[in-house]
Ligand binder design. Structure first.
Ligand code: F6R
Length: 610
């Protein structure tokens, strides 16, 4: 969603804020703004459009003098993208400035109350209640800390806030609830940001504030306070990502770079968890006996993470014979799910901040169930609230469309499936050895597939003008189809649907016309023949078929018009290979159409609202 950055220190704040915001642009991009204390008053600039517009307006921040400031890139929720709706928002005198990521749920009530007290509103946003409410409490209580703490008690919803008080130009405040916020201690000052990439150039020493904990930043240090204004002890965390983790490193887009980082993401997720030819997942905090007692698994996630969960269901059910239910988090939280004794809940999230997934986690915990989080962002809300966390070591993912985090999620789920299968007595010694060997070689296999980039690019160029593209597959191949179809449509805006191959003829086949592209995924040898029959069905209605299949399935050449072969792998892990050509296909169709690959329209990387 939106991105916030703030700086206080010895250097000019605005250029640092702009630089930080540029690393967060993937979060929100319909308008941007900054407020800087210029020595006398708060000076504000806001513009509709990309960050570039604000950069040009302020000559890279040069025109905004001052060493204390906050900035924001907005992804509109309440009110259209416009200058007046963009952040920062101010109180009437312009002495309090606020940037906000999240949603104030009771803003209508608060707005009415404040209007009755004479406060006037200029924007349509939920955020504007915040500077007015702060103004109200500041007048009443006398200190910024007391005002913020009273505000927190009145406001419902989610927020990460950066706050300036003109009366206190040597300090910046920040606070969060259910929206991400990182506080950094730099050699020459301190910073806040919605995500670590914005801070990396300036510091590696960061703090993750807890919900409703107030951060007080000064040039010489950072302090944290509870709601009752008691100072809190807080440990800093050292970020060890390499410096170019948040840079494109010569690639045209972050998405392509991240596709290429998949072998590393997979190896980093798998290797530390295979020790002396055994899968060891200490982070589960469960003994083998406890794992052997798991009777049902509920996987809950959104979007691509949900698609990884669908693959997880097939793999866990096949290897461990434990029934798995997979839910979209926004459905799970409201459907009063039946969680029986012996159930394990697994939530999957790259960002660790997705509002619906977090709510599903809380719902499960409230019912007394242990929750395992499969999470990529260290210190994120889901990582902190889950009972145990299995990190996917994909590194920072910048492109809105996930690729390497999805691949790392698959890798984590495979480890879990094999571990469960082993402790539940379903996997014998020989199969276990073979599975470990396949898991170890997964990253090399993915690397091999990346070598087919040119071929896929040429093929994708033919479909730049496509109106509809269908993806079909059975079993695990259906799970891959869901993800392949999402990758294509979210970045290229080509309409696409994924269907269980046997289901197409129950309706959707009527959409197949002469030349419609159907991507058929067939990685499961026991289902080759069945999927071949479905290919014949669509071809006889005029479809052009691209197939992705195992290298042993040469028969495919007779049925499909274009075939991509995958290296040999155990079928239960084939998703990790099949997804690579589909990601590249979606990517190159979008490149051919001139789309904004890393920041597709209407989407945000981290969805912190319901
Ligand atoms: C698609 C994509 C989204 C996310 C979804 C969940 O490419 O990235 O569908 O997978 O919004 O996000 P996380 O994994 O952060 O919970």
């Amino acid at each position: 969603m939106c991105g916030i950055v703030g700086y206080i220190g010895k250097r000019q704040a605005a250029p640092i804020i702009l630089d930080g915001l540029s690393k967060l642009e993937y979060r929100g991009y319909d308008s941007a703004g900054m407020a800087v204390f210029d020595g006398e008053k708060i000076h504000m600039e806001k513009e509709v459009g990309r960050l570039k517009v604000l950069e040009n307006l302020t000559r890279g921040g040069e025109t905004m003098k001052g060493v204390l400031g906050i900035g924001h890139t907005r992804w509109a929720t309440h009110g259209t993208p416009s200058c007046v709706n963009s952040h920062p928002h101010l109180n009437r005198e312009g002495t309090i400035a606020v940037v906000h990521n999240g949603i104030i749920e009771n803003y209508i009530t608060l707005r009415k109350l404040l209007q009755e007290k004479g406060y006037e509103f200029v924007s349509e946003t939920d955020t504007e209640v915040l500077p007015h409410l702060l103004d109200y409490y500041y007048r009443k209580k006398g200190t910024p800390l007391a005002a913020i703490s009273s505000l927190i008690n009145r406001v419902e919803g989610s927020y990460a806030l950066g706050i300036l008080f003109a009366d206190h130009p040597d300090v910046m405040y920040a606070v969060r609830k259910d929206s991400p916020l990182v506080v950094g201690k730099c050699p020459d000052g301190a910073m806040i940001a919605s995500d670590v990439p914005a801070l990396l150039k300036y510091t590696r020493t960061v703090y993750y504030p807890d919900n409703q904990e107030i951060a007080q930043l000064r040039e010489d240090g950072v302090k944290f306070f509870s709601l009752d204004e008691e100072e809190q002890e807080k440990e800093s965390v050292t970020i060890d990502w390499d410096a170019d983790a948040a840079e494109k490193a010569g690639y045209e887009h972050f998405m392509l770079k991240e596709i290429y980082e998949q072998p590393r993401a997979v190896v980093n997720t798998i290797s530390p968890r295979i020790k002396d030819d055994e899968i060891v997942i200490d982070e589960l905090k469960m003994t083998d006996e406890e794992l052997a007692g798991v009777r049902r698994i509920h996987i809950v996630a959104c979007g691509s993470a949900y698609h990884a969960g669908v693959t997880g269901k097939y793999v866990i059910e096949s290897l461990a014979r434990i029934p798995v239910e997979v839910d979209v988090a926004s459905e799970f939280r409201y459907r009063n799910p039946i969680l029986a004794e012996g159930s394990m809940v697994v939530v999957i999230s790259q960002s660790g901040e997705t509002a619906d997934t977090l709510a599903a986690l809380r719902e499960s915990k409230a019912r007394g169930f242990r929750v395992l989080g499969i999470v990529n962002v260290v210190g994120s809300s889901i990582a902190r609230e889950a009972d145990s966390v299995m990190y996917t070591w994909a590194g920072p993912e910048i492109a809105v469309a996930t690729t390497k985090a999805y691949s790392a999620q698959l890798a984590a789920l495979y480890l879990l499936a094999v571990k469960l299968g082993r402790v539940q007595g379903r996997i014998g010694d020989g199969d276990y050895r073979e599975m470990l060997s396949d898991l170890r070689s997964l990253s090399t296999q993915i690397e091999l597939l990346l070598g087919q980039k040119e071929k896929i690019q040429k093929f994708a160029n033919r479909y730049v003008g496509a109106r509809d593209i269908f993806f079909i597959g059975r079993g695990i191949d259906y799970a891959i189809s869901l993800e392949g179809s999402l990758k294509l449509k979210e970045i290229s805006y080509v309409h696409s649907e994924a269907y269980a191959a046997g289901e197409l003829k129950h309706g959707t086949i009527s959409l197949i016309e002469e030349g419609t592209l159907v991507v058929a995924v067939a990685t499961q040898p026991d289902l080759y023949q069945k999927t071949l029959s479905n290919i014949v069905e669509v071809k006889s209605r005029g479809a052009f078929v691209m197939a992705v299949t195992g290298e042993d399935n040469r028969e495919m050449e007779k049925a499909a018009d274009y075939v991509i072969y995958l290296p040999q792998i155990k079928p239960c892990f084939a998703n990790s290979l099949a997804i690579v050509p589909l990601q590249l296909f979606g990517y190159y169709v979008a490149v051919g159409k001139g789309c904004d690959i890393d920041k597709p329209r209407n989407l945000a990387k981290s969805v912190t609202v319901e």
